[in-house]
Design a protein around this ligand. Sequence first.
Ligand SMILES: [Zn+2]
Length: 469
Amino acid sequence: MNAIYKEQNAYNLRMLEIFNFNTGKIEQADSWLSQDNETIIKLRYALRANKKAYGCPSCKTGVELKKGKDGNFFFQHNQREEGVKCALIDKLSYTEQRIQLYNASKEAEEHEKLKRFIYDHLKMDPKIIGAPEIEKIVKGKKVLSTWKRPDVSCNYNHQDMVFEIQNSNTGLSDIVARDSFYKKEQVAIVWVFNQFDPLSSDVKLTQADIIYNNPEVNAFVLDQAAMEASKVANRLFLTCHYRVPQVNFDKMTIEISWESSLVALEDLHIDAETFKPYVFPFYRKLNEAKQELAAQIQYEGKRIEKEKTHGRIVAVERFEEARKARLLEEKRKKEAAEKHRKKLAAQRAEAEKRDKKIKQEWMEKAAENRLAKIAQQRQVAQQNRIEADKIENKYPKNFKDLTTAQCVELIFKNKYSRDLLNLNRRILELKQMGFNLPDDILSILEQRQSIAKMEGTFSQTQFQRASGY
Ligand SMILES: [Zn+2]
């Protein structure tokens, strides 16, 4: 069992005695702790600054002043160096171990089982030089005073190699110390988990510390599958969990997933700098994925650029088409306008022609009317003459037989002109028709007061008024 594991609770001890390095004497802790707070705080600082002031009476490991939950200060035993024996801690470790045993036994058993399993299967591997060891101290060759006690150690194909089984109580400082030591000593360190679930939301911090400090983020697990493979092959197999970067071309991102695979010791690459093993080079794959993504982005960029250019050409073509269409439309409109104009002109010409025709017709008709009127007038005149003839024919021809009214009617029936010349012409006309009229007929009619005035300018109305008609 890991020595540090046993000690975890032992260090919570309130020390009753402390060793004064300056005087070489053991002092009672209470005599110190009964001083006032200010003095204690100053001492606390001094202890931090100079660890060699006070220590454990047994092992001389430094002590520190801590404040308990009850508010009182107490001296606490610092974590001892590996291999240092201390009556106080060993005794307490044993007691604490008893208390913790029930909870820890399962994990301890598991640890023991894995350690034994690794050892057994290394032993059967023909590439192991010499024999593997369990908890054998590895002494520093580069830094001589240092040493570590790995769970299992071996030389695999001329490479010194240790196996450290990670458990829940392995602290970060312990991990760092071991990593640092083996790196200096150029010993490959394989951290082995008994179980590992990268997708679990509560990946243990210790596991994370180990995994993410692996140069290629590989995690090695001795799980059921690895055990079965080991048993069949008669050499050690481990399940390696590793991250796989992949370009998601839809999202243009790199997606990282966890995968796992059974690996043998011969598959391990030992990182030249950290001396940690890996099988699957995550960072190289990540770089490749990044390059692939960059290339894809560049390709996409070019494609988009090309599409843009194409788009521009299409746009120009479309613009040209639109322009042509517009010109055609304008031409069509012009033609339509021209056609319309011609139509209007034709209509106007037609209207003019029609007007002219109507006018002509009207003029013709007017002329006709005029002619008709003339004809009518002629007819009327003819009629009048016939009528007149009738008057002339129905009256007696002798003056003695004629009444004054009949004489006036005969002479004045003609209404065109009443001048004397015309009247005389009428009288002559009547005489020629056979009327026996005296030469002074007009005077006779005047004497009879039938005619008020016999002058050439008489109008019909005046004549009628004068003549009593
Ligand atoms: Zn001690």
